[in-house]
Ligand binder design. Structure first.
Ligand SMILES: [Zn+2]
Length: 295
């Protein structure tokens, strides 16, 4: 059986898996990023992880045909250089080349949130949908947009940064420097900073406000780009559950008044494996073996 090596580079952990062309995860390993290490030391952790996953291929009768990577941004196209905001050891780190040198494989990469959108379009909640957005509301907030059946890239390959849409003019200062960004008001780290407790212990009013602010940001994007479906994943959104989604939908309805606009916001469907499935979609697509957005 053929599989791709799928790699998820987050700010706190690294994960890798073998994933077949149906999106099935065959084996998976992960490691916590050791923040005591320098840039090369961190990559040694990644290299060990990749070695452990690749070593399992023969016993599972798998032939690894390529590698797809999703990484926290900002990035440059194809992950030639990555500078994850919350992984300060890596600034302009040549991730794609280092993974290729380590594995000997064809390596393709993308921003983690864009990879997630590909994954949702491939086997998740947006199969056959030509226009949609996928979002993550977790420690931070990010997204990816598919329009006319194509993943939006943008000038610097970082399109979809919905976390930096202003939802509270003059609000809290964001890590990006602006004030009142969605990420500064509704992310897990913003909730912890403003309420003094983790999102898992948030009061109902905080859950409702977070949903409302997410709905407000989504409404702006829906009005600009003309799509109906938004899928939201991430520990904060999925942990808050129904009250969050109801508040988001109500705010979306209140702000999308253009004729024919029928926006829907609902939970992402890929669950805990989503980042690896998204990374696999990037790999399979680059190999020309499948189009994750073909429906
Ligand atoms: Zn911002």
């Amino acid at each position: 059986m053929d599989a791709v090596l799928a790699v998820d580079i987050g700010a706190t952990k690294f994960a890798a898996a073998l994933v077949d062309d149906q999106g099935e995860v065959i084996t998976r390993h992960q490691v916590r990023a050791d923040r005591e290490r320098d840039a090369d030391g961190l990559f040694e952790q990644v290299a060990e992880l990749l070695g452990a996953v690749m070593a399992e291929a023969p016993e599972r009768d798998v032939s690894i045909v390529g590698c797809g990577v999703g990484a926290a941004g900002p990035i440059t196209a194809n992950l030639e250089l990555i500078s994850p905001i919350n992984l300060t050891e890596w600034r302009g780190f040549p991730l794609r080349r280092r993974v290729a040198d380590t594995t000997g494989l064809m390596v393709a990469g993308d921003l983690d949130t864009k990879a997630l959108a590909l994954g949702e379009g491939w086997i998740g909640g947006a199969v056959g949908v030509r226009n949609f957005m996928s979002m993550v509301v977790s420690t931070g907030i990010g997204g990816g947009v598919v329009l006319d059946g194509r993943l939006l890239e943008g000038e610097s390959a970082n399109a979809g940064h919905i976390g930096h849409i202003i939802v509270v003019p003059g609000g809290r200062q964001c890590g990006c420097g602006a004030y009142g960004c969605l990420e500064a008001e509704a992310s897990g780290s913003a909730i912890a900073a403003t309420t003094g407790r983790p999102p898992a212990d948030a009061h109902a009013a905080v859950v409702e406000r977070t949903g409302r602010l997410v709905g407000r940001a989504v409404a702006s994007v829906v009005n600009l780009l003309d799509f109906e479906l938004t899928l939201v994943g991430g520990s904060v959104a999925l942990g808050f559950g129904l009250p969050f989604f109801e508040a988001a939908q109500a705010e979306l309805d209140a702000n999308c008044k253009l004729a024919g606009s029928r926006p829907v916001i609902r939970p992402a469907e890929l669950g805990a494996q989503a980042p690896l499935i998204g990374a696999a979609a990037v790999g399979w697509q680059a190999l020309g073996r499948l189009d994750p957005l073909a429906g």
